[in-house]
Structures are given as C-alpha cells and as structure tokens.
Ligand binder design. Structure first.
Ligand code: ZN
Length: 464
C-alpha cells in the first residue's frame, strides 16, 4: 500500500491525496491551489499521477480547494467513479460551475492582453462544458456511516466532519496480501458547538491518519460572544440611521449568519421586519441547496424543519440575483443589513455597497470571516483612513467591526481532541496547513503526546 500527496502538502490549498491499495487507485479530493502568486502555474502542472489510472475519487467536501481541479482531472483522462454525499454533490456542482465561469473570463482577458503583445491565445484551465462532462462521473451518493464496498478487499465510510454542509471524514479499510490497514482522512474538520451543523464525528482506532492543521496554532473566540457582537453592531447601526454591510463568503458563512439573525429576531433582539438582503447569486443558490439537504444539519434543526420552520427564512429577507435589484439597494439610506460577496472584498457586489456606505459615519461594516493580506477587507480591518474602490478614493468613516468567533474550522484544542480516539496510529500525516504556523505547532503537540507526525512535501510517496 502506498499513500502519496499531490496538494495541500506544507500548504493550505490544493488538497489531493492518492491511496494505492489492493489493486485500486483511490484519490481523496482534487482541489485547486489558491491564493499564492504561483497558484495559477501550480494548477496547470501535471497531477503527479496518471488521471486515467484512477478508479475512485472520494470527495470530502465542496470547497474549491478540495474539488476545484476535478474538471481538469476529467479533461486529462479520468474515467473512474466520483463518490460523495448528496449535499456535497450538489454544492460541488455549483462551486465547479462558478469556477469554470471565472476560468473562462480570466482566459478571455489574458488572451486579449496576449494578442496585443503578439502572443497566442490563453486556454482556460477548464470551461463549463468540461464541468458538465465531469458531472457524468458522479456515481453513488453515500450517507454518513454507510459502508461502501469499493472491492472485495476495500471499503470506505464517510463520517460527518461538521465543517460545511455535506462535509465528511473518510475511513478506508483495505486488505492486501492478508494484511489489513485502516486509514482515516480527516477532510476539513469543523468546530464544535456550531448551531447549524453537527459536531465532527470522532475517528475509530486507525493505523494511519491524514489530518488537516489549518488552525493548529490557535484557539477560537467564543461563538456566543461573537453572535452578541454581531447583533449589537446591527442594533447600533439601525439606531444611527445607517446600513450594516456584511461581506460574506457564499457557502456556509452566509447561511450561518442568516441563522443567527433569525434567532435574534425570534428573541426580540432585532426588529421582526429587519430588511436583510442576500445580494449574491452564488449565496442564494447555496442557500437553496441547504434547504434541500436537512440531513446535513444538527438533529435539533432537522426537527424544526420537519415542523415546517425554516432556519434561514427571515420575514424581511430578500434574495437578489439580478444586477438591477442589487443596484436598487444603493437607494436605501438606513436600517438594512446587506450581505454580499466576496468575503475578502476583492471583487463582487460588496464593492458597490462599500462604495455607498463606507464614507457614512452612520453605517457599519461587519467582517465575519478570514481576510488575507493585501485584500481590500484586510486594509479596512487594519484601519485604512481611505481606500480605493472602482478608481475612486472612499473615506472610511463607517464603524468597522471584526468578529473572529465564526469559523468553519476546528481550532488546536478541537483538532487534538478529534484525533485522540484514533489511538496510537503508526503515523499521522499532517496536511492542509501553513508549514510554519498551524502545521508546525500541531507537529510539536502530537509529538508531545507520543505520536509520530510527518509533514509530507508535494508528490511525496510513503509505503504503508
Ligand atoms: Zn474546507
């Protein structure tokens, strides 16, 4: 048996691991590299294996850094079966389609520039027809806990990872030449006490564990305090006659915020008719997928839904898909909550809303997610007095709130608690983390606990 690492190796993005066992080649995730200056080149590089030889692709969840290279895998010859949960299948389709649109647009712009310099056309990494072909390879859907037979010698089981809707850890049992091995892939793990999703399911005893380390170096702030901060910020803004702009990631964070706003309205902390705009076609689609997949929610919430109460349905909620409807929001002077992408304000409709509200002392901007260095969100959070949006200098007079307690990832304590039931694995492979931060800290903590952690490099292959 062999395990090799073709992404998220001493890096946070591009998750892609290959397990070769009992005559099968099983890929776990095939994500896109994102964020770094070399990401575009990294994505076009050879995978490090032949896509045509892969039998199964098991997908842990629908984030782009886990599913974003699947259409490229198909384009380069993959003919196997893609297996995942029902919610992940639907969300991955949305994410891959959106990615194909972005790839096509980027290639068109780059080609225009290239032609002006006398260079040749730039091809997109993949396009919409490639995604449509990819969907044909999605085969069985699995429920959490169900045992899936990949062959007489190999089974796989998806367990709830509590990270985003449909997310899973994957447990593989394989027998080769009379010897059995259990390998657990954590996928991305969620934080506990999330009110929408269930807590991550702990792993069984395992021979090997492949584990994410995104926040291996930090502890999250308390979620209740963060919700209270969010509600306070909105109340204050309503009282001063401005709007609250919340730059939001379309998948998961947007729905989580809707859930907390609904609870606050039910508790009388916010006005029942509070106008809330979800101004992101992607977030609107994602919310509709959430509605169809109650099986992915925490059990208390499933019961509510069975009684006909919907966790994301607020009395004053408006979905805006059309550009004209989005522009109309600019005429609202006060009292509205506007949720729009992108979460880091690097593009998308949120830029319009910032342009119309950032200069107004009565408005506020509430950041509820991660903001990378160099992004517009980061500049505002770091206290810029003025920022440039659509070629105009806009004063930052609005109240700025940064709420850190919302996270889709387990923190250090939760990661250590999660792995404890795995017992004494022969090795723990650390992936999906910053080499100097989360991953290094996790390596030290696991070593202290008598485990044998290993941080593979890209295309590293290890005999199991
Ligand atoms: Zn993720």
């Amino acid at each position: 048996m062999e395990l090799s690492f073709h992404g998220a190796a001493q890096n946070v993005t591009g998750s892609c691991h290959l397990l070769t066992c009992a005559g099968l080649r099983i890929l776990i995730d095939c994500g896109m590299f994102q964020g770094s200056r070399h990401a575009d080149e990294d994505n076009t590089e050879p995978f490090g294996f032949d896509p045509a030889e892969i039998d199964f692709l098991l997908l842990t969840h629908a984030h782009l850094d886990h599913c974003g290279r699947i259409p490229l895998l198909v384009k380069r010859g993959f003919k196997g079966e893609i297996i995942t949960t029902a919610a992940t299948r639907d969300l991955a389709k949305l994410i891959m389609m959106d990615s194909a649109h972005i790839q096509e647009e980027d290639a068109t712009h780059a080609s225009r520039r290239a032609r002006r310099r006398g260079n040749k056309q730039i091809e997109p990494l993949y396009d919409v027809p490639d995604v449509l072909t990819t969907l044909d390879y999605f085969g069985r859907v699995v429920a959490y806990g169900e045992v899936l037979h990949l062959s007489d010698q190999v089974t796989a089981r998806f367990e709830d990872a509590g990270h985003i809707l449909g997310s899973a850890s994957i447990v593989i049992d394989a027998t080769e030449s009379g010897e059995s091995r259990r390998i657990v892939f954590s996928g991305d793990l969620g934080n506990r006490g999330h009110e929408v999703l269930a807590d991550p399911t702990p792993p069984p005893e395992a021979d090997y564990v492949v584990m994410e380390t995104t926040y291996g170096d930090r502890l999250h702030k308390n979620l209740d305090e963060s919700v209270a901060e969010l509600v306070d910020a909105i109340r204050q803004t309503i009282a001063s006659g401005g709007n609250t702009v919340i730059p939001t990631f379309a998948l998961e964070r947007a729905q989580e915020i809707l859930f907390h706003l609904k609870r606050a309205i039910e508790n009388g902390e916010l006005p029942s008719a509070l106008p809330v705009f979800l101004d992101s076609p992607m977030a609107v689609s994602a919310t509709e997928i959430f509605r169809r997949h109650a099986e992915g929610f925490r059990s208390a919430l499933r019961d509510e839904m069975r009684e006909g109460r919907h966790p994301f349905k607020l009395p004053g909620l408006r979905f805006t898909r059309q550009v004209a409807d989005s522009m109309a929001i600019n005429n609202i002077r006060g009292g509205a909550v506007i949720m729009a992408g992108s979460g880091m304000c690097t593009g998308g409709r949120v830029q319009h809303h910032l342009k119309h509200n950032l200069w107004r002392p009565e408005s506020s901007v509430v950041f509820v997610g991660f903001a990378a260095e160099g992004t517009l969100a980061r500049k505002i959070i770091d206290g810029a007095k003025s920022v440039r949006i659509y070629g105009e200098d806009i004063q930052v007079n609005a109240r700025i709130h940064t709420i850190n307690g919302f996270s889709a990832h387990a923190d250090q304590r939760e990661l250590l608690d999660w792995i404890a039931p795995a017992g004494a694995p022969k090795k723990v492979f650390l992936v999906h983390g910053d080499k100097e931060k989360g991953m290094e800290k996790m390596r030290k903590e696991l070593t202290k606990r008598g485990l044998d952690p290993y941080c593979p490099t890209l295309h590293d292959a290890v005999e199991l």
